[in-house]
Design a protein around this ligand. Sequence first.
Ligand SMILES: C[S@@+](CC[C@H](N)C(=O)[O-])C[C@H]1O[C@@H](n2cnc3c(N)ncnc32)[C@H](O)[C@@H]1O
Length: 385
Amino acid sequence: MDLQTMHDQLTERLLQKQLVSATISQPRLKSNEVKRIKLKPVEIKKDYFIQFEYQHEHVLKHENLPLEEAMAKLTSLFADFRQALFQFTEEKVQIQLSKKLKVSWKTEQTNSKKVELSHNRKKQYLLEDGIPYPFLVRLGVQNPDGKVKKQKYDKFRQINRFIEFIDDSLAYLPQDRTVRILDFGSGKSYLTFALYHYLRIEKGLDLRVTGLDLKKEVIEECQQIAQDLRYEQLEFLVGDINDYNDESAVDMVVTLHACDVATDMALSRAVKWDAKVILSVPCCQHELNSQIAAPELGIMLQHGLIKERFSALATDSIRAELLSLVGYETQLMEFIDMEHTPKNILIRAYKTGKKPSAGQYERYQQFTSLLSAKPFLENELKEYL
Ligand SMILES: C[S@@+](CC[C@H](N)C(=O)[O-])C[C@H]1O[C@@H](n2cnc3c(N)ncnc32)[C@H](O)[C@@H]1O
């Protein structure tokens, strides 16, 4: 097949709006900045467009083109790329272009696929199954072709949920300077990489991210992955949150399942550094469980299981209230929707400088004295209360 016939064949299908998705890959020159292009139809203000997603080595760029311009763009791309895979509604077309621009065109009938214009897709994850993201491939969540591994689907959903929170927080982050982000108790760091990918690569933010954890081997591995992915503004350090005082101003503090009072250490540092955004999913809160003594609640607290869960919920309520008392708009939100445990609560706090309401501090004190609680975080923040 020659180029003109290929062009005519594609045009016919595109004009009939049969495109479901496409990938153009294998640049002729290694030096080509764009490594791959993904196409999908989108509807914008009721008009049909084709979205081109250009995957550079470290950045994604998008443009939405009306049909005619999209076809012209495709023709120009075929000068620079050797391979394309089109999924149309009824068939899959694989195109290979030789050096001399001879076309190999292979078509295969497939089950009918529905064209889903992205505005009405059912669940629009910020990261999509089927698009390979280098960090997810490297961390073993996706196969190299972008398919999410079955046993990693929960992790994938968790990462997407977390990115939704990051996306919501964007408005609170400075746009005119390097954004400083710390992830305390970063562990294997799936979410740290996700955060970096989303803010740096997809949103193009200038930032510096540090993941801190006690575990040397885990940190070394994460550092290696960051290096392999060329995530130059992401570093991992071995250290204890409690000894980490090297910062003076931080924009966002993240803790995900940092054990027990490690969460509180991170929260108190965030407040001291005047962090604008705090995202914290606490874990295994034991502190209050050993303090709590309230005869009025005896019916509940006589059951070990209930006591443990109640203590965890009370701890998070106390954390949220303390953050609110020191100028944060604070909400407790569900983190991932598949589990309903206290471990599933995310504390989201934005620094707005809002003053506590009349009697808010007294109400807090009544609560802690009812429980005989002496929260670690209250002690850490006493100079601000
Ligand atoms: C349950 S893991 C969670 C890891 C990761 N954030 C995630 O969500 O997958 C908790 C991590 O917190 C770390 N950690 C606990 N206390 C810490 C402390 N005082 N300083 C630094 N890291 C701590 C642990 O080493 C562990 O890797």
